[in-house]
Design a protein around this ligand. Structure first.
Ligand code: NAD
Length: 332
């Protein structure tokens, strides 16, 4: 059986996922949800989607009565993820939601509870959790090749363009760079060290308060402390290019990825040499793996469920709190 997917929100990332899914063997795009009728017609032609599988934002609850759709993949602006997940769950369909899963941990916990209650699964689009070079570093760490982990550095950013886009609107984005690109450093700090942080400190800098208005962070540096004593130092920004780098240091050796979370190819090396795992389109691998998770109960090496995403949201909440108060925030 193939996982039958409907995409909600036909923007730039939905296009990327849809194109990548053409190469999937276990997942297939079969439906769309959009507020723009002309996009629906266009997508029907491009992806051979039957009219019975097309919905808009008013009527998509009717997906409940559609036996030909297994899961709805939400690729709308961040602020919409919470409400849309609740509606998809109530319609009895599995949910794949883009990162950040929600605007804060409170919303995230609510989404997990709603999916549990509706007996559907909630997955989040953590494509790096299926990326071969990333997984090789995690495998090496698990087998002790780096020794005791001491330090992680994650630098994630780009210079954002159009000042009118939803990513710079607090209402729709829930914040700024941290919600969009900084979450890769948070998530990366966790999967690279294999630990959950105990505390957070953070500092914000803003060079352009007009483009990045109240509540929209331009640049945040943050530090995490882990139970083993390992520490992480990270930077999230919407105002610097060429920042896509992870570095992991242990007592016996190091690993580095640069680029570390872009669409690839990811490049990396460890103290043992260059990483040579072949590049595969992230979204193709992700959707085939998610088909195995949703249809066959497969357990991925690094989780991609709502609980995993909630851990990132708790750290995001703590980072914003640390920025506001200037104080160390305990996560325990
Ligand atoms: P986008 O602006 O290109 O697309 C968003 C879509 O949502 C558009 O089609 C828009 O019409 C639709 N939409 C529906 N209701 C809307 C409303 N009320 N206001 C504005 N737009 C509305 O954005 P995107 O880059 O595709 O990002 C969408 C989501 O995907 C975000 O949560 C983002 O963080 C995530 N994303 C993830 C990755 C990844 O690598 N995993 C990459 C890019 C984006």
């Amino acid at each position: 059986k193939v996982l039958r997917v409907a995409l909600m929100g036909l923007g730039s990332y939905a296009n990327r996922v849809a194109d990548a899914m053409k190469s999937c063997t276990k997942a297939k795009l079969v439906g769309v949800i959009s507020g723009t009728p002309s996009k629906i017609t266009d997508w029907q032609q491009r992806f051979d989607i039957p009219a019975a599988n097309c919905y808009n934002y008013s009527n998509f609850d009717r997906i409940r009565d559609n036996p030909d759709i297994d899961v709805v993949y939400i690729t709308t602006p961040n602020a919409l993820h919470h409400g849309q997940t609740l509606r998809v769950a109530a319609a009895g369909k599995h949910v794949i939601c883009e990162k950040p899963m929600a605007l804060n941990a409170h919303e995230g916990a609510d989404m997990i509870a709603a999916c549990k209650k509706a007996n559907v699964q909630l997955l989040v689009g953590y494509r790096m959790h299926f990326e071969p070079k990333t997984l090789e570093i995690i495998r090496m760490r698990n087998s002790g090749e780096f020794g005791k982990i001491l330090f992680f550095q994650g630098q994630c950013g780009f210079r954002i363009g159009d000042p009118t886009q939803w990513r710079l609107n607090k209402e729709l984005a829930g914040g700024g760079s941290l919600m969009d690109i900084g979450i890769y450093a948070i998530n990366g700090a966790r999967y690279m060290t294999g630990e959950e942080p105990l505390w957070v400190t953070a500092q914000e800098t803003k060079t352009d308060p007009i483009k990045f208005n109240a509540g929209v962070d331009e640049t945040i540096q943050f530090q995490l402390g882990f139970p083993s004593g390992a520490v992480a130092s990270c930077l999230s920004t919407y105002n610097m290019n060429n920042l896509d780098r992870f570095f992991l240091n242990g007592e016996k050796g190091f690993a580095e990825l640069q680029p570390s979370t872009g669409y690839g190819p990811i490049k990396g090396r460890t103290f043992k040499g260059e990483l040579t795992q072949p590049h595969m389109t992230h979204q193709t691998v992700q959707m085939d793996e998610m088909a195995d998770i949703l249809l066959a109960g497969k357990q991925p090496l690094v989780a991609v469920n709502g609980e995993e995403a909630l851990k990132d949201l708790k750290i995001i909440d703590a980072i914003y709190q640390a920025v506001k108060t200037g104080k160390k925030v305990n996560l325990a």
